[in-house]
Design a protein around this ligand. Structure first.
Ligand SMILES: NC(=O)c1ccc[n+]([C@@H]2O[C@H](COP(=O)([O-])OP(=O)(O)OC[C@H]3O[C@@H](n4cnc5c(N)ncnc54)[C@H](OP(=O)(O)O)[C@@H]3O)[C@@H](O)[C@H]2O)c1
Length: 258
């Protein structure tokens, strides 16, 4: 995929990985639109990233997705790249009835339903434009779960499977289907973990992770697994019980704390 001259929509582009992508895409002379829910984060985008358009939109709300599509189709009909990046992560103790039904499954609403609804709305527009692509931001945890964040990992595994099907279904079109499976990356998302959980974890800088993403995009590498993500994918295939056990050590800490 070419890295300049695109019109790019990044969901959840107001912080972390999406923000860094927006910054780099702007430097590379693209038109960039980001979405998110939080007003304060919009202000930061407006102040720091000149030229980026920020639109308030919640991917887990189908009415917002429809309104966003109508806005983009009218004002940015040249949109050719969609990056489904919005996401949250929650630590959940499955033995306790702690969360409301909505909170218990919000990662499914945001990551899975949000990505499916966004692609459903935007693929017809992407198909009309040249050099089109849709990107799923899954996770290294799509390959092997981190047991203290069970719903998050289940959502990312579902996204991985959905993206494989999407790529097969779009094979007869000019829309490329990429998956970015980041490893642990230094963003607000990781604040769910305490220092004990992070011990021994190699956390990638957001700049290095996004640089690896750009390299993968420019080489048309359809499954991009930066840093430790490719190792986790390998381990999940060849040593699944071992790697699951390694990633489950934090369960004891979580259960003692709850
Ligand atoms: N950081 C990691 O270690 C890591 C590893 C693997 C995968 N990932 C994935 O990378 C993606 C980006 O995460 P990040 O690490 O950059 O986290 P982040 O800094 O917390 O950014 C998440 C972004 O998503 C937005 N967002 C959350 N819910 C949304 C919704 N319902 N609708 C629209 N926007 C929403 C947030 O803005 P608002 O809160 O204002 O809506 C924010 O802009 C996620 O899909 C995450 O699962 C991250």
């Amino acid at each position: 995929m070419k890295l300049s001259g695109n019109t790019i929509l990044i969901t959840g582009g107001t912080s972390g990985i999406g923000y860094e992508m927006a910054k780099e895409f702007i430097k590379n002379k693209n038109t960039v639109i980001v979405t998110g829910r939080n007003e304060q984060k919009f202000q930061k985008v407006k102040n720091d990233l000149k030229g980026v358009v920020a639109i308030k939109s919640d991917v887990s709300n189908p009415d917002d997705v429809k309104a966003l599509y109508e806005h983009i189709a009218k004002d940015y009909p040249s949109l050719n790249v969609l990056i489904n990046n919005a996401g949250v992560m929650t630590e959940i103790n499955l033995q306790k009835h702690q969360l409301s039904a909505t909170d218990l499954t919000k990662e499914i609403d945001i990551s899975v339903k949000g990505t499916i609804w966004m692609n459903d709305a935007f693929i017809p527009l992407l198909k009309k434009n040249r050099n089109a692509a849709t990107v799923t931001v899954s996770s290294a945890l799509a390959f092997v779960p981190l047991a203290i964040t069970p719903v998050y990992c289940a959502a990312k595994a579902a996204l991985h499977s959905y993206t494989l099907s999407l790529r097969e279904q779009l094979r007869n079109t000019d829309v490329k289907v990429f998956e970015l499976a980041p490893p642990a990356t230094e963003t607000e998302l990781l604040t769910v973990f305490n220092e004990e959980d992070k011990k021994g974890l190699s956390v990638m800088s957001v700049q290095a992770m996004v640089a690896s993403f750009f390299k993968g995009l420019s080489n048309d590498k359809f499954e991009i697994c930066p840093g430790q993500s490719s190792m986790l994918r390998f381990m999940s295939r060849f040593f699944p019980s071992f790697i699951l056990k390694q990633l489950s050590k934090s369960v004891t800490r979580m259960q003692a704390a709850n």
